[in-house]
Design a protein. Structure first.
Length: 720
C-alpha cells in the first residue's frame, strides 16, 4: 500500500496474470533486493522452512525498492483486525525503517509466502516471529553490504531509518535503496541474528493509528466487490429454498428473453450472467425452478436432543486425579447443562469473488480468510494446476471465521471459464445467511463439587459439538476430566447439523467459557463467597490472578455473594495463551425481560503488545460483538429452511446497546506477543449471565439470553 492505495491491484489496467515465473516476477517488482524465492510449499523439507511452515529466506517477507519503500509480504489478510498496521510495525522495527515507508502486500498467492489462513488470533503470534527474524537478518545483510560499499568495518556501522551510517562519521552513509538498486541479493547468514529486546523498541509497542483507516473512511479502500474488469459479467445463481432440497426441474425461458442475458446450466448450477447486476437480478427471478423437500425435520426446539443423540464417543481433552475419588471428598455437588444456539457471522461484506480466466491461467480477487485454500479450490474446479491460479485478496469486510469457506470463489471461477468472460459473484444478504457456516449449536454438561473449604474438588465436563478450545480448567482442581464429543466444524453427510457450521470468532471458546464460568458462579453462590473471592480462592496461576486483580481494581466496586441485586458479573479465561478477566454491571427489567449492560471492564494480558491502540480496538470490538450472541443473535430454522434472511429479523448489536467500556492492558513484555483478535469476546456470555443472576436471581443456562427467556425464568422463579 502506498499513500493509502493498494499498488498491486486496483483498476482494470492493473490486472496482473497469475503463474509468474522468476523472470516475470522480478520484472513485475522492479529493481531491488532480491527476490529469488518461490512461494513456500508446505511439502518442502522442514529445514528450509521456519516454524509453522514459513520460509527461511528473508526475501520471501520483504523487498526494498529503488525508491526506498519496503514491501512486506504476508499470506495473512486484513479484515478489520489491524494487522495491516501491527505487522508493518514489527517489520519496520527490526529492519530499522520508518513505518510510513512500509507497503503491505497481503494475501496474494503469487507474491506472498504460503499461509494456511487468517484465523484463531494467530497472525501476530505465529507469523510475527518469522517476520521479525527475516527483517533482523535482512538488516544485518544490509550492514555487511554497506561495510563493503563504504570500505569500513561492519562493527563501525549502525542502521537508522533505512540508512546505514558510520557511527562516528554520520555523514558517511548509504541508504538501503542504494544498496538494493538493481541487485539480486542472495546472501544469507548461517547464524540468525537475535531480534531486538522490547526495551529498545521505538516503533513496535507504541500506540499507532491504523494505516488503512484513511482509505476506509474515505471509500478509497478496495474490496472484492469493487473490482471492475473489462467485459465483466455479474452472476446470479438459482438457490434452493432449504438445505437438502434437490432441484427437480427448471425453466429458463422467461429469463432468456432479457436482452444481453446469458444462462449457464450445469449438473450442479443454474446461473444467469449480465453486464449489469440489476439485469442478472431480474433474470434469476424469472427462472421457474422446482425443488423437492428437504430431508431435515429439525428446528430450534429439537436440535439439542438431536445433537446429543448424534454425538460420537468422547475424546479425553485433559484429565487428572479420579472423578470418583473427588465425588467422595465433595461436601456440595452441582449438576447443570448449558445450551448454545446457532449464530451467524453476519459480516458487513458478503462473500464475493471476481474471476478472470485466460487460457490455462486464472486470476481471482476474493473476500477470503484463506487465499491459498481458495487457490487450490479454484484450481480444482477449473482443472488447472494450482500454480496456474492466482488469488489476490483485497481488504476483507469482516470474516469472523465465516470466510474460510470459499464457495463464491469456485462459483465465480467456473462461470468465468464457461462464459469466457470475467465474472463477479457477490452473494446477496439472503444467500449469506443461507450459506453461512454458523457457529454450531452445542450442549455442555458439568458436574462438580466443593470440599468443606469451598475448594473445587472435582470437575467433570462433557462437551457436545463445541470443540475443545478453552475447555481446559485453569482453576486448581485435583480431580478433573474434560470430554469432547464432536468439534465445532461440520459440513456434509457426516455432520449432525442441518447446515454447515464452522469457526466463529473465538471458535468453541464462547460456548465453553459461557458454561465454565457460569458454573463457577453457581458454585460461588452456593459457597456464600462472592464471585471474585471464590475465583481467587481456587486459583494458583499467578498470571491469571494478576489479570483478575487488574480488572477488579479498574472496576472499583466490591462484589457481594450473589444474587446481591447489584447486577455485577465476572468471568475470565485463558484463550490460547491470552489471559482475560472481564467484569460487567447490568440491569434487568423484570417486566420486559430486557437486559441493559451499563459498564464493562476488560483486563487482558496478551504478552508483548505491538500496537496498544490496536489491541484496545480489538478488545472493544470483541465486547461489542459479544453483546449480540449473549442477548439476541440466534438463527431460526425449520425443516432445512433458514428463517432469518436479513437484519430485519436477525438483530446484531446497535450503538444504542453499548455500555461504558474500559480496557486494561496488563503489561507482560517478556512474554512473546499472543493473539488479541478473539480472546475478549469469549467471556461475554458468562459475564453477562452472571450479572443477570446477580441482578435478578435467575440463572440463564441458554444463549442467547433473550427477553422472552429471561421473562420465562423470572416466572419460574416466582412459582418455586
Amino acid at each position: 500500500m502506498k499513500d493509502d492505495k493498494w499498488v498491486l491491484y486496483d483498476s482494470d489496467t492493473d490486472v496482473i496474470p497469475g503463474n509468474l515465473d522468476r523472470r516475470e516476477f522480478i520484472k513485475l517488482l522492479g529493481g531491488g533486493i532480491v527476490i529469488f524465492f518461490a512461494v513456500d510449499d508446505p511439502s518442502q523439507p522442514q529445514e528450509r522452512r521456519r516454524g509453522r511452515g514459513y520460509p527461511e529466506d528473508f526475501n520471501a517477507y520483504l523487498k526494498i525498492g529503488e525508491d526506498g519503500r519496503v514491501a512486506c509480504f504476508t499470506g495473512k489478510i486484513e479484515m478489520g483486525q489491524g494487522i495491516h498496521t501491527s505487522l508493518g510495525q514489527m517489520l519496520a522495527e527490526e529492519l530499522d525503517v520508518p513505518l510510513d515507508s512500509v507497503d503491505m502486500v497481503m494475501g496474494d498467492t503469487a507474491l506472498c509466502p504460503y499461509d494456511s489462513g487468517t484465523f484463531g488470533s494467530r497472525s501476530t503470534k505465529y507469523f510475527g516471529p518469522p517476520l521479525r527474524q527475516a527483517a533482523a537478518e535482512a538488516r544485518v545483510v544490509l550492514m555487511q553490504l554497506a561495510a563493503e560499499h563504504l570500505g569500513v568495518e561492519e562493527e563501525r556501522l549502525l542502521t537508522r531509518e533505512g540508512e546505514v551510517l558510520v557511527k562516528n562519521d554520520p555523514k558517511k552513509k548509504v541508504t538501503y535503496a542504494q544498496l538494493a538498486r538493481g541487485q539480486a541479493i542472495e546472501r544469507h547468514l548461517e547464524e540468525k541474528p537475535p531480534i531486538k529486546h522490547h526495551s529498545k523498541h521505538t516503533i513496535s509497542g507504541r500506540p499507532t493509528d491504523r494505516r488503512d483507516g484513511h482509505a476506509k473512511v474515505t471509500g478509497e479502500a478496495k474490496f472484492a466487490v469493487d473490482i471492475r474488469l473489462p467485459g465483466m459479467l455479474y452472476a446470479r445463481i438459482v438457490r434452493p429454498p432449504a438445505h437438502g432440497a434437490e432441484l427437480e426441474s427448471v425453466d429458463t425461458t422467461a429469463a432468456e428473453k432479457i436482452t444481453g442475458i446469458r444462462v449457464i446450466q450445469t449438473d450442479d448450477m443454474v446461473a444467469v450472467l449480465h453486464e449489469h447486476p440489476d439485469g442478472a437480478d431480474r433474470a434469476v427471478n424469472l427462472i421457474d425452478a422446482r425443488f423437492g423437500p428437504s430431508g431435515s425435520r429439525l428446528d430450534n426446539e429439537t436440535i439439542f436432543t438431536h445433537l446429543k443423540a448424534s454425538a460420537p464417543e468422547g475424546n479425553v481433552v485433559i484429565e487428572a486425579g479420579s472423578i470418583e475419588e473427588g465425588k467422595k471428598l465433595a461436601a456440595k455437588t452441582f449438576d447443570e447443562t448449558y445450551f448454545n444456539h446457532y449464530v451467524a457471522h453476519a459480516a458487513s461484506e458478503t462473500h464475493t469473488a471476481v474471476a478472470h480466466v485466460e487460457g490455462d491461467k486464472a486470476t481471482v480477487w476474493a473476500s477470503t480468510q484463506s487465499p491459498f485454500r481458495a487457490q487450490r479450490e479454484a484450481a480444482q474446479v477449473l482443472g488447472f494446476p494450482t500454480e496456474n491460479v492466482r488469488v489476490i485478496t483485497p481488504f476483507v469486510g469482516c470474516g469472523f471465521g465465516g470466510k474460510n469457506q470459499g464457495n463464491q470463489v469456485t462459483e465465480a471461477a467456473l462461470l468465468a471459464k464457461l462464459s469466457g468472460r470475467p465474472v463477479q459473484v457477490a452473494w446477496t444478504r439472503k444467500e449469506e445467511f443461507f450459506y453461512d457456516t454458523f457457529r454450531p449449536a452445542a450442549v455442555i454438561e458439568i458436574c462438580s463439587g466443593l470440599d468443606d473449604a469451598n475448594r473445587i474438588i472435582y470437575w467433570e465436563y462433557r462437551n457436545y459439538f463445541a470443540g475443545d478450545r478453552s475447555s481446559q480448567p485453569f482453576y486448581s482442581i485435583p480431580h478433573h476430566r474434560v470430554l469432547s464429543m464432536g468439534g465445532w466444524g461440520g459440513r456434509g453427510g457426516g455432520s449432525p447439523h442441518p447446515f454447515g457450521v464452522g469457526a466463529w470468532r473465538g471458535p468453541g471458546s464462547n460456548t465453553n467459557v459461557f458454561a465454565m464460568e457460569s458454573h463457577t458462579d453457581v458454585m460461588a453462590a452456593a459457597s456464600g463467597m462472592d464471585g471474585l473471592e471464590f475465583r481467587l480462592h481456587n486459583l494458583t496461576d499467578k498470571r491469571m490472578i494478576r489479570v483478575l486483580r487488574a480488572a477488579a481494581e479498574k472496576f472499583g466496586h466490591s462484589f457481594s455473594p450473589a444474587p446481591s441485586g447489584k447486577g455485577y458479573g465476572i468471568a475470565c479465561t485463558d484463550y490460547l495463551g491470552t489471559y482475560v478477566a472481564t467484569m460487567a454491571e447490568a440491569k434487568v427489567d423484570r417486566d420486559t425481560g430486557k437486559v441493559r449492560v451499563e459498564r464493562i471492564v476488560c483486563a487482558q494480558d496478551t504478552g508483548e503488545v505491538i500496537n496498544p491502540e490496536g489491541v484496545r480496538m480489538q478488545i472493544e470490538g470483541c465486547l461489542t460483538m459479544g453483546l449480540g450472541y449473549c442477548l439476541k443473535e440466534e438463527i431460526r430454522f425449520k425443516d432445512g429452511r433458514i428463517l432469518d434472511e436479513n437484519f430485519d429479523t436477525y438483530e446484531i448489536p446497535r450503538f444504542s446497546w453499548l455500555p461504558k467500556i474500559e480496557t486494561v492492558l496488563v503489561d507482560n513484555p517478556e512474554l512473546a506477543p499472543q493473539g488479541c483478535g478473539e480472546p475478549a469476546i469469549t467471556p461475554m456470555g458468562a459475564v453477562i449471565a452472571n450479572a443477570v443472576f446477580d441482578a435478578a436471581g435467575v440463572r440463564m443456562l441458554t444463549l442467547p439470553m433473550t427477553p422472552a427467556r429471561i421473562k420465562e425464568a423470572l416466572r419460574n422463579l416466582r412459582t418455586t
